[in-house]
Design a protein around this ligand. Sequence first.
Ligand SMILES: *Cc1c(COP(=O)(O)O)cnc(C)c1O
Length: 401
Amino acid sequence: MADMKVYFDHNATTPLHPEVKKEMIAAMEMFGNPSSMHAYGREARANVEASRRKVAEFIGAHDEEIIFVGSGSEANNTVLSLFVCATNQCVGGCGMRSTIITTRIEHPCVLETAECLAHRGAHVKYLDVDRYGKIDLDQLQGMLGDDVGLVSVMMANNEIGTLQDIEAITKMVHASGAYMHTDAVQAVGKVPVDVRRLGVDFLTISGHKIYGPKGVGALFVKKGVSYCPLIRGGHQERGRRAGTENTLGILGLGRAVEMRALEMTEEHNRMVQLKTALKEGIEARIDDISINGHPTDSLAGTLNVSFEGVEGEAVLLYLDLEGIAVSTGSACASGSLDPSHVLLATGVDAERAHGSIRFSMGRESTMQEVDYLLDVLPGTINKIRNMSTAYIKGGVHAASR
Ligand SMILES: *Cc1c(COP(=O)(O)O)cnc(C)c1O
């Protein structure tokens, strides 16, 4: 069995969809610059615009509302940076609406940008979350005012999967006169995302989280919202993002969203079954665990579990030896021993946060893989607990039971 390979880390990144790979390989010879007027350029331009149409259609936007960027991180950096009043192009209006509201559970590319902007004249306020990772609309209402330029709340959390009610949040935000951004990197392609229904002004997409290539993303900017590029120096993307287009990446992203449109509904139902089996299997086989994230308003393929008395890193490495890939906290936080800021924000203590594992399944995940994980995991947790002096069950050290 140990030769079975199980990839349960789809929230960190996903493999290329076979259709995306096929189309990218077929287009590998396409090298024209979309800005060139000759046949090479026109071919590349046609492909970029076809992808723009696919991305726009997938989220209910107009073509000209889609800006291709280099990553989800770049899109998030761009939006937040619009609201710092270093220039008179500041979208918030200089000196007026210089407050940004975000949450304590955003991806680091939002949180670190917000921190940086706080040193450059912006005021940043952070929304708390409850034990399930949901923000409190009353707290948001209390923070909104005519000093607030932007509210940025992620649609689905990458670590615990919790979904926020972006439609309701946007209504409140707009009533106060502020703009609304959502980092939808983990939501797009997993749950229905329609920018008109949500009402948002800005929305972030990343290619490699939806079986597309790495190093490409898309930013939705609602028509009429004034905008100022983060990367300057060219007329590409209607002057909104300079730099010669990543033509192959953009082509792959377009094909990826096309495949999401075909597959996501059926896949969702399968993910619900896999997650239920995994969750119930862990609960039945392993003592002293707790499930993190919202019980219902959550991504179907994401399960975050705290195992008392273990280090998440040890679990990850032991599972890796068995061919199973999972993650602790978020991929971006690994390498450091800081407990996950998301779990801490939900009230999980540092010790329990350290013993947390994220299982994130995706389109090629199977029930056989869940069964294999459930075969391996109890022994792995037991082994680590028996080595640990910290884990004492019911006052008796696990090793001496
Ligand atoms: C992965 C991720 C990002 C960053 O996207 P990149 O394309 O890797 O820069 C942003 N937000 C969330 C929620 C993510 O999961």
